[in-house]
Design a protein around this ligand. Structure first.
Ligand code: ZN
Length: 181
């Protein structure tokens, strides 16, 4: 029987989505890692388990079952954040492929983690893109909006407040409605 040291959470990312068989983050035996991915990198720990990021799937069975981070909202926050970190690192790997100092090719280095230039050894850390989301609350309710560009009946907070087309609506606190009400 496997113990915690034999099992790892695998965060395999493709095109901004995670491999989520059975709609969950896979906890797999360490011995099977090479069956699923070319290589993987430790990016954190949760409840005694390693969290490993990978970007090179090997198995044909992994061509399906990729989904967005949103589908993992049921996870404990610490594990959810680490899964999100895997997506952020993958974004860095794809968008910082070349060195801005010499034009050389960068490679992912999990020891930082960052991208490191093969030519001049410059270390390129993930770009920070700060943002602020403001929740307008009053009397136990929160102001949500429906953006005109989103066809589905999804209401969200007012992050789109700088653009046109919002239809403001007061909803119950903490809710995100997917119905047409
Ligand atoms: Zn360079």
């Amino acid at each position: 029987m496997s113990d915690q040291k034999d099992l790892v959470y695998l965060c395999c990312v493709t095109e901004g989505k995670l491999w989520l068989p059975d709609r969950n983050l896979p906890l797999i035996p360490r011995m099977q890692l090479t069956h699923w991915v070319e290589e993987s990198f430790v990016i954190g720990h949760y409840d005694g388990y390693e969290i490993r990021y990978a970007f090179s799937s090997k198995s044909a069975a992994m061509r399906e079952d990729f989904d967005s981070l949103r589908s993992l909202l049921h996870l404990p926050p610490e594990l959810f954040n680490l899964a999100g970190r895997a997506i952020q690192l993958d974004h860095m790997r794809l968008t910082q492929r070349y060195c801005c100092a010499c034009g050389g090719e960068n490679v992912f280095d999990a020891s930082h983690p960052a991208m490191v230039c093969n030519n001049c050894q410059t270390v390129h850390y993930p770009r920070v893109s700060p943002c602020v989301i403001v929740a307008v609350k009053k009397d136990g309710q929160i102001l949500l909006a429906h953006h005109h560009a989103i066809k589905r009946h999804v209401h969200s907070d007012r992050r789109f407040c700088g653009s046109r087309g919002n239809t403001g609506a007061v909803r119950g606190a903490g809710s995100q409605r997917r119905d047409g009400n």
